[in-house]
Write a protein that binds this ligand. Structure first.
Ligand code: GTR
Length: 331
């Protein structure tokens, strides 16, 4: 074969996405663009940065991670879209906005589906967690590879009007929920008015009174500065949503098998490292909130809240009954 035919063949192969990077380029530096809605120092951001350092150390700086924190590349919807087209490689997102893309994942978005954070961790670490990552990676149109899980704490309602102690207290309150119908339905079934919007729009919506509050874990409430606009934080504990680290499928297919394995290995380590960082941050955030004079109240009767969301389970859970039963069976 003469040189021209080789080049032609190579180009045709490239167009089909089938040709591996020629040896001469294999050593080219690979900077993986990563993003998160949270700021530097936040457990998820820190865990991914550490992952980048490990990748650099293991490859003699051939592979590294460039982190874009604090919604620099937009909210989670934008992050997902950019990962899908390969404009970024790594996104740390909540399962929240993934439910509409991969239906089985929506089970993790059902209110009160996990008994507590430990239960959620056991599910993430066990066979169901692995299956769900595979479901995501194998999904024909989601365009993402599921790398690992991260802790997302327990979500509680906060607002600028009054503490929430019973379901009745939610009446008339406009509460921002993540962009997924299951969450708006959850808030509506609890008696509030669920308003779907991105995390990136929330501060402005609270400042301008478009919403009275939102719901989230303590670290997001604190680091996002939400407590400045909604000072009543009530432990409704209605959602425990695992978080995901995903890789752009488009970019993934351009990596060698060895590099894929390396990324996977360090992602699995990041899952456990983030967990330790998470619990430290939860404590630190609660301290900051207390110092800022935030009123955190417990909710004595959670049963009332659980009963109120029954229609949400009927609507979104019925088709996944077997999966839900397996989740509930994890002790
Ligand atoms: C946070 C989570 C983010 C995002 C955010 C939200 O707890 O870490 O990934 O989902 O909540 O409410 O949009």
């Amino acid at each position: 074969m003469d040189r021209r035919s080789v080049v032609k063949l190579g180009l045709a192969g490239l167009a089909m996405g089938a040709v591996r990077v020629p040896a001469a380029f294999a050593q080219a530096k690979l900077v993986l663009k990563a993003t998160d809605v949270h700021p530097l120092g936040y457990p998820t951001v820190e865990a991914v940065e550490r992952m980048g350092k490990k990748l650099a150390a293991a490859t003699d700086a051939r592979i590294s991670i460039q982190m874009y924190p604090s919604m620099q590349l937009g909210g989670e919807k934008e992050m997902i879209e950019q990962a899908q087209v390969g404009a970024l490689q790594i996104a740390r997102i909540s399962v929240g906005p993934m439910g509409p893309l991969v239906p089985e994942l929506n089970v993790f978005n059902l209110p009160f589906v996990f008994r507590d954070a430990t239960h959620a961790e056991k599910v993430m670490d066990g066979p169901i967690g692995d299956e769900m990552l595979k479901k995501l990676s194998d999904h024909p149109t989601a365009g993402l590879i599921g790398l690992c899980w991260m802790n997302g704490g327990t979500r509680n309602v906060y607002n600028s009007k009054h503490p929430i102690k019973t379901v009745e207290d939610l009446k008339g309150l406009k509460i921002r929920m993540m962009g997924n119908p299951v969450f708006v339905d959850t808030m509506n079934s609890l008696g509030g008015n669920g308003v779907a919007m991105g995390f990136d729009q929330l501060v402005n919506a609270m400042q301008t009174g478009v919403v009275d509050g939102a719901e989230n874990n303590e670290p997001s409430y604190e680091s996002g500065q939400h407590y400045r606009y909604a000072k009543y934080y009530s432990r409704t504990g209605h959602l425990i949503i695992p978080e995901l680290l995903v890789f752009s499928k488009k970019s993934w297919e351009g990596l060698s098998k060895e590099d894929q394995a390396l990324v996977m290995r360090f992602a699995k380590e990041a899952q456990q490292e983030q967990r330790t960082l998470w619990y430290e941050r939860e404590k630190a955030s609660i301290e900051i909130l207390k110092k800022a004079g935030i009123e955190i109240n417990e909710v004595a009767d959670k049963k009332q809240f659980q009963a109120a969301v029954k229609p949400v389970w009927d609507k979104y859970g019925a088709q996944h009954a077997a999966l839900i039963e397996r989740i509930q069976g994890v002790k």
